[in-house]
Design a protein around this ligand. Structure first.
Ligand code: NDP
Length: 368
């Protein structure tokens, strides 16, 4: 049973003295125990496909609550107001949302707009004094990501990136096992992330709004996964691009990229990012003493996987519910997830993406 005591027993103390969450982020939500602490009051910006998913998941949150919206589409706002009981005074559009600074009933803005708009949207929210949660990729390159980190620091607000897998129980267990040395020295990671993209007119295939193609959208899962599965930062990348449809995938919009990363320990990663193949959502970690394989590894779940010790049996809880309650815990109580979800974590992925694009362009190994 997920009692408060069990929950607290699973909290350990990190090297920097902050508690670390080594178990599903909100066992309170799973246990049904009444929660009486502070609630993170969130306004979602961008009421599209993922914004809708997050909103639905937040209905089950205990530590965070959807209280506002920022949208360019009045009909969606009207719909959400009814569905989620959102007062008119908490509704904004892209022209007037700086006024959110005068709204004491909103603590955080969750930016779920196209990638190319994240930087400006996040910085405006930070300047309005609100914590920022921003979807991945945090921007369209590392320079933008760093600007966002700096702006949030200057405004004294948190910047968190929507890395929902960092709260997902099976993923958390594999990371815990790796940290405990149960795989021995990690040697190899393989990540495959892809799906066949549809409508050629969508923003995901527009360089300005997407910042690239599959790599920004789905390949980033293999990059982030390589880092949390191996527990190291890469020191070099090589990459090769394949484009079978140059009409759909224009200049600067990648269709398929294979990339390799080298790590200080000598571990290597071999990954595939694509918008041209379905059923690609697989992680494999090989260590001297064991292995982990996960498929699906980063979709909405349930995540499935096993290690050399057997099947992973941790429960499936809606990722975005865990993420939003975990982020509230991080903001209010300083409880860190097992791997960070802060802006600096986002910049690390962006630097690798920048290097991969450079490696594709030059055909050379790029050192990080
Ligand atoms: P959608 O196109 O479905 O929604 C994006 C929304 O952004 C739109 O509905 C619109 O909302 C708003 N918007 C503002 N300006 C523009 C513009 N110029 N063009 C298009 N939309 C605009 O995209 P998704 O919801 O799928 O993706 C949004 C973000 O979420 C991306 O960064 C993506 O990478 C990320 N994402 C993350 C996932 C995860 O698992 N972590 C999964 C899916 C997406 P409105 O009409 O309200 O203004």
């Amino acid at each position: 049973m997920g009692t408060r005591r069990n929950f607290l027993e699973k909290l350990t103390v990190s090297a920097i003295g902050l508690p670390i969450l080594g178990s599903p982020a909100n066992l309170f939500a799973a246990s049904g125990e009444p929660y009486q602490g502070p609630v993170l009051r969130v306004a979602i910006m961008g009421l599209g496909s993922y914004g809708n998913r997050v909103a639905r998941a937040m209905v089950s949150c205990k530590r965070s609550k959807l209280v506002g919206v920022i949208s360019g589409t009045p009909s969606k706002v009207a719909d959400w107001r009814v569905k989620y009981d959102i007062p008119e005074k908490n509704c904004y559009n892209y022209d007037n949302f700086d006024q959110i600074k005068d709204n004491p009933d909103i603590d955080a803005v969750y930016v779920i707009t196209p990638n190319g708009l994240h930087k400006d949207h996040a910085i405006r929210a930070a300047r309005a004094g609100k914590h920022v949660i921003c979807e991945k990729p945090m921007g369209i390159n590392a320079r933008e990501g760093q600007e966002m980190v700096d702006a949030c620091k200057a405004a004294n607000v948190r910047l968190l990136i929507g890395y929902r897998m960092h709260f997902e129980p099976k993923t958390v267990e594999v990371i815990r096992m790796r940290m405990a040395g149960e795989f021995g020295k990690p040697k190899f990671f393989q990540g495959q992330s892809g799906f066949v993209i549809g409508d050629p007119t969508q923003w995901r295939l527009n360089k300005k709004l997407a910042g690239g193609g599959a790599m920004m959208d789905i390949g980033i899962y293999s990059i982030n996964g390589a880092r949390y599965m191996l527990g190291e930062e890469p020191v070099w990348v090589t990459a090769q691009e394949t484009k079978t449809d140059p009409v759909k995938f224009k200049e600067g919009v990648d269709e398929t990229i294979q990339f390799q990363m080298g790590f200080p320990s000598g571990a290597v990663a071999n990954c595939l990012s694509t918008y041209a193949m379905n059923h690609l959502d697989r992680f494999f970690l090989n260590g001297e003493d064991g292995f982990a394989e996960m498929q699906p590894s980063s979709g909405y779940g349930p995540i499935e996987g096993r290690t050399h010790k057997g099947e992973l049996t941790q429960p499936h809880i809606t990722h975005q519910t865990l993420q939003m309650d975990g982020m509230a815990q991080l903001i209010f109580d300083g409880v860190e997830p097992i791997v960070p979800v802060d802006g600096e974590e986002g910049v690390k992925d962006m630097k690798i993406i920048d290097a991969i694009f450079q490696a594709v362009k030059t055909g050379k190994r790029v050192d990080l």
